[in-house]
Design a protein around this ligand. Structure first.
Ligand code: ASP
Length: 464
């Protein structure tokens, strides 16, 4: 007999089914035992009456406790009018158990699964993340994450975007954050870096002729964590050839509107087309480049998207006492200002950069790119890089641009952050299956952890 999902029982009254699921709760009512069985589709009430069970099952029933994994064969029956539970999708039926098999017993979990109100602290939740993930809220979040990714992928595929994987073991990329480094065994003293984003690879894919690229991709930035940041996070990364800023804005705006209509129909987008604010206007009006534009901040279903455009290309970093880029150095800027860049006059140069903001957070950012290698070189020089540094850090990209590079641009969505806002969570940890603690540890696997002397020796690394 094949396994039936709990949710399917509503339409199977009178039929014999086999359910395989976890025990969410057990209630003893004299001789009758009620079990709430849970699978990822929902909860089903099981009625176990010793007289209906075979002798072996009746014996096993005595031992069954929360979180046991059971296989129960029984008959689906309609509940009496008074017993109908309108809040449960399977609330109109119950399963009259005939045969019970214990597939796995379970110790008492370190926190309750059916009552998330009495929630454990973060350390305990992450140490037992596989149990934490059993909570209905997290199940819903993770399933929604899958649906969102599935929608985005299939929409982009329909529009001829190719999903192409780019390396994780790579080279340091200048996206403004600290790199995660990976020591090389074959080349002692040299290091790979985990990419802060696939920025340069996706641009080289444009040179290769893959004119529409997308990827659901992990990015790594060795930063201290906050509620909406993790050291590794997921982007929906997009790049396209022969496009203008307007094309990218229109493409991604439609993608997001369609996504919300299809997957989260109870959410209300405050304004479409998304309003556009220039960076100077945002700063003067709201003193922020990601203002929360919701008219009604108490409504959890209100989504106030807006594009922020006309960013400056360069900004003076007071802390470092030098000029830096607002987005990244590959961003194109006002072509009338090439001479100014050459002279190092970096104030008030408009970049072809755009951010998508939602309820006070930045959820996507991108730009049209500089594809002239000579102009790119001027940017690197203006940022204070020597010829040698330019060659060693960006030589590959400038070389690639010598062989016929299409004009191109793109954008990347911070998928975890977008999801966090869409489901109304306060932290991206609630939409990631296995996140790290705020201080960058994984209590489940106990990482980071020591490595053996042999491993260190092999890498020619010494502890100091
Ligand atoms: N690579 C950029 C980022 O991660 C996004 C982009 O310009 O496409 O922010």
């Amino acid at each position: 007999m094949t396994r039936t999902k709990t949710i399917e029982t509503s339409s199977l009254v009178g039929q014999e089914v086999l359910i395989k699921a976890w025990v969410q709760a057990r209630r003893n009512m004299g001789k009758i035992v009620f079990l709430d069985l849970r699978d990822r589709f929902g909860i089903l009430q099981v009625v176990a009456v010793p007289s209906e069970l075979d002798a072996e099952s009746a014996e096993l029933l005595k031992d069954i406790r929360s979180e046991f994994v059971l296989a129960i064969t029984g008959v689906v029956q309609a509940r009496g009018a008074k017993q109908i539970n309108k809040d449960m999708p399977t609330g109109g039926v119950e399963l009259l158990a005939k045969k019970i098999e214990i597939l796995s017993s379970a110790e008492t979990p370190p926190f309750e699964i059916d009552n998330e109100e009495r929630q454990a602290n973060e350390e305990l939740r992450l140490k037992y993340r596989y149990l934490d993930l059993r909570h209905a809220r997290l199940q819903t979040n993770i399933i929604l994450r899958h649906k969102v990714i599935n929608f985005l992928r299939s929409e982009l595929y329909k529009q001829d975007f190719l999903e192409i994987e780019t390396p994780y073991i790579s080279k340091s990329t200048p996206e403004g954050a600290r790199d995660f480094l990976v020591p090389s065994r074959n080349y002692p003293g040299k290091f790979y870096a985990l990419p802060q984003s696939p920025q340069q690879y996706k641009q080289m894919l444009m040179v290769a002729g893959f004119d529409k690229y997308c990827q659901i991709v992990r990015c790594f930035r060795d930063e201290d964590q906050r509620g909406d940041r993790q050291a590794e996070f997921t982007q929906l990364d997009i790049e396209q050839s022969f496009v203008k800023q307007e094309d990218i804005l229109v493409l991604t705006e439609k993608l997001i509107i369609d996504l919300i209509r299809e997957i989260l129909p109870n959410k209300k987008i405050q304004q479409t087309p998304f309003p556009r604010i220039s960076f100077p206007e945002a700063m003067s009006k709201y003193n922020s480049d990601k203002p929360d534009l919701r008219k009604n901040k108490n409504d959890p279903n209100e989504l106030a998207f807006a594009w922020v455009v006309d960013f400056p290309m360069f900004e003076y970093k007071e802390g470092d006492k030098r000029w830096g880029v607002v987005h990244h150095p590959f961003t194109a800027f006002d072509p009338n200002k090439i001479m100014a860049v050459e002279k190092g006059d970096l104030k008030d140069i408009k970049a072809l950069q755009y951010d998508l903001i939602l309820n006070g957070s930045e959820v996507a950012g991108g730009s049209i790119r500089t594809h002239d290698p000579e102009v790119l070189k001027k940017v690197f020089k203006a940022l204070g890089h020597s010829d040698k540094e330019i060659q060693s850090q960006f030589g590959h990209l400038m070389e690639a641009f010598k062989y016929g590079v299409p004009p191109h641009g793109g954008i990347a969505f911070g998928l975890d952050r977008l999801l966090m806002i869409l489901v109304g969570e306060q932290s991206i940890k609630e939409v990631i299956a296995f996140p790290k603690t705020t201080d960058n540890r994984d209590p489940l696997m106990d990482s980071p952890s020591e490595i053996s002397k042999e491993q260190l020796d092999e890498l020619k690394l010494k502890k100091v």
